[in-house]
Design a protein around this ligand. Structure first.
Ligand code: UT7
Length: 319
């Protein structure tokens, strides 16, 4: 049996930090409201010239170095993003060229804030098929480009960044189980309902969200999918060393952990200094905790995401 195992992690955050107080200068909001309702204190925002593939490149280089592989060994690249550099070619192909890799499979995956979990589960299945041995799995976003900066209900929530892992074929897991779900009937509660046609933007190019509905849906499905994923591995909540949820709102993280019965000290929380970085949030959080030594080899991780689509999913893995 072939398994897949995370061999290295990396991440990148643009240098510009925007603190909550900056929003209060132009919008009817406050540092207090944003902290209390979301747990967010600051977010990183990319320079105009920086694209998702630029952020992905830095995160990927760090993950490749941490994994101790040569870039040329990578035979599959999956980039989870909802803010690609272009309509096409894919951000994964642009990243491949920037890394100086030729010929390997490369594609983008669009599952919004569940994107990294979807990409990791997909790469796991490619590796288990025996056709690929070394995958680069990336979440990269410049959500600052799709925010209406006059809408206090959304623009204070998101940030830019990228995270990456190298996933290698192994004799033992590694990834124990994954569950992916979607329900397109809820497409309307979180969307960027626009497109480009005949040289014009049709619809809206800005993120729209019914925050309350998203909140309730998120807590419900994160609980369900966590239990389903653990059960698929024959594991229980007590086996989890670290819960790594998508970082959207600290109240969602707290409610999810409480429902699952996972103590707060086992929950990875980075939303305070990253904001919601969509597909990048889980690998960014993972890399931060790996590099500062809190997450160690052998720890059992439950990663789970929820986002537009609606999509949700989880991956249970031993590092
Ligand atoms: O990545 C996955 C997708 N995203 C999420 O998971 C986000 C899920 N939702 C949330 O995190 C929360 O619903 C929000 C943080 C977006 C909103 O928090 P809430 O506690 O659900 O507030 P609310 O939407 O019920 O709004 C309460 C009030 C409203 O005013 P009124 O109608 O009561 O007068 C809003 O207009 O708060 C107002 N409000 C703000 N006030 C100050 C909304 N945004 C702001 C703001 N500053 N930035």
């Amino acid at each position: 049996m072939i398994y897949s195992r995370i061999a290295g992690t990396g991440s990148y955050l643009p240098s510009r930090i925007v603190k909550n107080a900056e929003f209060a200068q132009t919008l009817d909001t406050s540092d207090e409201w944003i902290r209390e309702r979301t747990g967010i204190a600051q977010r990183h925002i990319a320079e105009e010239s920086q694209t998702s593939s630029d952020l992905a490149l830095e995160a990927s280089r760090a993950a490749i170095q941490a994994a101790g592989v040569q870039a040329g060994e990578v035979d599959l690249i999956i980039v989870a993003t909802s803010t690609p550099d272009f309509i096409f070619p894919s951000t994964a192909c642009l990243l491949q060229a920037k890394l100086g890799i030729q010929d390997c499979a490369a594609f983008d995956l669009q599952a919004v804030c569940s994107g990294f979990v979807y990409a990791l589960a997909t790469a796991d299945k490619f590796i288990k098929s025996g056709q690929h041995k070394c995958a680069l799995v990336v979440g990269a976003e410049v959500f600052s480009r799709i925010l209406d900066w006059t809408d206090r209900g959304t623009c204070v929530l998101f940030g830019d960044g990228a995270g990456a892992v190298v996933l290698r074929a192994a004799d033992s897991p590694g990834i124990h189980s994954s569950v992916l779900r979607a329900d397109g009937r809820h497409a309307g509660i979180l969307s960027v309902p626009g497109n480009v046609s005949r040289g014009k933007i049709i619809g809206s190019p800005f993120l729209q969200m019914a925050g309350n509905q998203v909140f309730k849906f998120a807590v419900k499905v994160l609980d369900e999918v966590a239990r389903e994923t653990l059960a698929a591995a024959g594991a229980g909540v007590g086996d989890v060393d670290w819960l790594i949820p998508h970082q959207a709102n600290v109240r969602i993280l707290d409610a999810t952990a409480r429902k699952l019965g996972i103590p707060a000290e086992k929950v990875v929380v980075t939303v305070a200094h990253h904001g919601n970085t969509s597909a990048a949030s889980i690998p960014l959080a993972l890399d931060e905790y790996v590099r500062d030594g809190r997450i160690k080899p052998g720890h059992r991780l439950l990663m789970e995401g929820v986002g537009g689509g609606f999509t949700w999913g989880a991956v249970y893995a031993t590092l």
